[in-house]
Design a protein around this ligand. Structure first.
Ligand code: UD1
Length: 355
């Protein structure tokens, strides 16, 4: 049977693109299933188009819901697709609900599961993604890791060494492959930015789901905007609470819709500072050499701190950190974690074809 890739949410697309391309170049049969977890064009279709991801063979249109509703709906529909298509391997990406749903269904049908971005751990089980990572890795047969710490976590959890592979970071393949197309002058002009600016993104439930936290986020963004223009592409999840907390009531906070991939990368590339609670953006800023302040108590991506530009910050110290960063010019050269070299997709394809 074919390799069957399951994607569903925005962060999956830049991880899957290089794997799809590398398997295509190796002449492999593959199917792409989109669960429909993300369904707005701005969260899904524009990414597929820009990244040259083929039109999904199936779209399961599961949509939004509570975790149980969304995961269950995804499982029911994937079971039909897997049963019908009998894939050789199901390839899953990252840590979203679509990922764990696919791993569970495949494992119970005795179909091998390959997990791209295995072994990341925040050790914080209040994060839905941490649960998804733990379960997906336990059920996976091929564990493809972006960094050495991830391999260590898997080893400690008893995953046999022959199942783990340090392959590098496919999301960085996508970043490097598209850098020439990510024009930050155009991105600046679109948003009327003339001088230095920061890019902010906030969407994690712990930061945006309650009015209290939303207030703290807005106070932070306003405090940074007192120092520098802030561009805030707003995830649909965060819009209601941050809007209610008055995020737009500062002349230097520019609230915009979620951006297409190339424009977003262009904006980040040209920024003096990024403030985020995202996972992937911690990695992208590390490779772009843009200082990143992560408003979270922990990170599952510690190499972005040890090898990169990332710092964990709190609501109490974020403004001081921002001031620090803005006080010094951006570094001209910076280190990048091992194997974040643009060839992870090829390594992943080689492992997949060999198993
Ligand atoms: C999901 C991932 C998260 C990832 C994020 C990136 C899980 C558990 N979380 O979170 O790890 O960082 O994607 O975006 O899988 N919505 C829309 N349009 C869409 C999709 C969502 O309006 O196309 C709104 C809906 O109100 C929905 C809410 O966003 O209820 C949350 O969507 P959901 O897919 O449950 O999780 P995210 O917060 O997007």
């Amino acid at each position: 049977g074919p390799f069957l890739h399951v994607v569903g949410a925005r962060p999956n697309f830049p991880k899957a693109a290089p794997v799809l391309h590398a398997l295509r170049d190796r002449g492999q049969d593959q199917l792409l299933v989109h669960t429909g977890q993300h369904y707005d064009d701005a969260m899904s279709r524009v990414f597929l188009d820009e990244l040259g991801i083929p039109h999904p063979d199936r779209n399961l249109a599961v949509g939004s819901g509570t975790h149980a509703v969304q995961t269950a709906a995804t499982m029911v529909r994937l079971e039909e697709v897997f049963t019908e298509t009998r894939p050789r391997t199901v390839v899953v990406y990252g840590d979203v609900n679509s990922t764990v749903a696919a791993a569970l269904v495949a494992a119970k049908l005795h179909i091998p599961v390959a997990h791209v971005e295995a072994g990341l751990r925040s050790f914080d089980r209040t994060m839905p993604e941490e649960i998804n990572r733990l379960v997906t890795d336990q059920l996976s047969d091929v564990l493809l890791a972006t960094s050495a710490d991830a391999i260590d976590h898997l080893t400690h959890e008893g995953v046999p060494e022959e199942r783990t592979h340090l392959v590098g970071n496919p999301m960085i393949d996508t970043l490097l492959a598209n850098l020439d197309r990510a024009d930050n002058d155009a991105a600046r002009a679109t948003h009327g930015l003339t001088g230095d600016y920061a890019v902010a993104t906030m969407h994690r439930p712990a930061n945006v789901d309650t009015p209290d936290r939303a207030q703290a986020v807005v106070a932070t963004l306003h405090g940074i905007a007192d120092q520098v223009d802030v561009v805030l592409p707003l995830h649909p999840r965060a819009r209601p609470t941050l809007t209610a907390a008055g995020v737009t009531d500062h002349p230097r906070v520019h609230v915009i819709e979620p951006r297409p991939y190339l424009e977003f990368i262009g904006l980040v590339r040209g920024a003096r500072l990024v403030v985020t609670d995202s996972g992937g953006i911690q990695e992208e800023t590390t490779v772009l050499g843009v200082p990143c302040l992560t408003l979270r108590p922990n990170t599952e991506r510690p190499v972005t701190i040890t090898h990169g530009t990332n710092r964990l910050v709190t609501f109490d110290d974020v403004l001081d950190h921002a001031q620090d960063v803005l006080a010094v010019p951006r570094a001209q050269t910076w280190p990048v974690p091992p194997l974040w070299d643009g060839k992870a997709g090829q390594r992943i394809a080689d492992v997949l074809v060999g198993t």
